[in-house]
Design a protein around this ligand. Structure first.
Ligand code: TXA
Ligand code: MG
Length: 347
């Protein structure tokens, strides 16, 4: 895809709890003008623009080098604005909005015609989310329009959980970054498609699917997408990838994962490891690059550190990264999903 000349990327620090009105005003003006502003949400950083402006939306695809067939999430500040972006919302959508918005849940509904078509990448549906982060809230309210915002990373890279990650990927391609510190959840929203009364999990994420099922008192379908016919492009098999080769071994005992990493290291490869806090001895002393994600049972913490850890290992020059598996409930489902997609060795 053709890109324009590099543009100056302004970086503004912003208080994540009570955002400075002058900074919000400046960012909101850029968004209304169809420019690109990266901002923190409680899941990951988003790259926002005016969702009603087709040219603006195409700028996002160009800046990210994003596949034009991969649709964007539209962010609104208030659940009451749902009817401005979705053509219709069945009762179950309102029930979920009531319980989980603002928060890390994205609902896919029928698209309102005022939303710029490229947002939906040719579909009749649109993904919608109400973020909770005070900066995102203030920015969308001040802008006064729905904001299309994918994760603020280059296509196929892990999502950005800090402003530095955003700049690593998008410096010179976007107009502004609001630096509100690290995103707290550190993993993207859960994406749920609603078609009449039918619910399908398109992407496990920040809100555990079990919690959604408990709220509704029924099961949510979890499709197995094929690369040829994904029900959501986010389900493409290879995605969220670090530059290094990731070897994900979810069924292997941790000691054997460590042994495999030691072998790669001994063979001369610059080797990284993704582990829990208590795993193995002091492997750094042996020359391995180790990222410890938290206690193995604390899946929310592990999820929140996962993308930053992958980026840190990339930055340290890892050629190969070995990753252990975690339990697959709660945030563990999203952890497994992202590691599986980022890896080249599926088991
Ligand atoms: O937490 C998040 O969701 C972050 C923050 C910034 O909100 N956003 C994010 O956006 O992760 P993105 O574009 O990286 O991922 C959006 C996911 C993709 O898997 C996309 O395919 C799916 O949502 N999606 C968007 N619109 C869709 C639609 N109309 N139908 C099916 N899937 C859709
Ligand atoms: Mg993304």
């Amino acid at each position: 895809m053709n890109r324009e000349q590099p543009i100056a990327t302004r970086v503004s620090a912003i208080d994540p709890v009570s955002p400075d009105a002058a900074v919000i005003d400046e960012a909101a003006q850029l968004l209304r003008d169809g420019r690109l502003v990266a901002f923190p949400t409680e899941t990951v950083y988003g790259l926002g623009t005016n969702a009603l402006d087709e040219t603006a939306v195409l700028r996002i695809f160009a800046a990210k080098e994003r596949d034009p067939n991969d649709p964007l999430i539209v962010h609104i500040a208030d659940p009451a604005d749902l009817s401005l972006v979705a053509r219709e919302a069945p009762p179950v959508a309102h029930q979920l909005a009531e319980r989980f918005w603002p928060g890390g849940l994205t609902l896919v509904l029928r698209r309102h015609p005022r939303i710029a078509a490229p947002v939906s990448a040719g579909r009749d549906t649109v993904a919608i989310r109400v973020p909770a982060h005070p900066v995102a809230q203030a920015l969308i309210r001040e802008t006064g329009i729905p904001i299309a915002a994918p994760s603020a990373n280059r296509f196929m890279r892990t999502s950005a959980t800090t402003a530095e990650h955003v700049l690593d990927d998008l410096h010179g391609r976007i107009d502004m970054v609001l630096d509100g510190g690290p995103a707290t959840a550190g993993i993207e929203s859960t994406v749920l498609a609603i078609d009449g009364d039918h619910l399908t999990l398109l992407r496990p994420g920040a809100i555990a699917v079990e919690t959604i099922e408990q709220t509704l008192g029924r099961e949510v379908a979890r499709p197995k997408a094929t690369p040829q016919d994904p029900s959501s492009p986010g389900l493409l098999e290879r995605h969220y990838a670090p530059t290094a080769t990731l070897v994900y071994l979810p069924e292997t005992p941790v000691d054997d994962v460590i042994a495999a990493a030691r072998e790669a290291h001994a063979a001369g490869q610059r080797t990284g490891l993704l582990l829990a806090n208590a795993d193995g001895p002091d492997l750094e002393r042996e020359g391995l690059l180790v990222e410890r994600l938290g206690a193995a049972t604390d899946l929310d913490v592990v999820a929140s550190r996962l993308f930053a850890a992958l980026r840190a290992l990339d930055a340290a020059g890892a050629e190969v990264i070995y990753a252990r598996g975690f339990a697959r409930h709660g945030a563990g489902l999203a952890i497994h999903d992202r590691l599986r997609r980022a890896s080249t060795a599926l088991d």
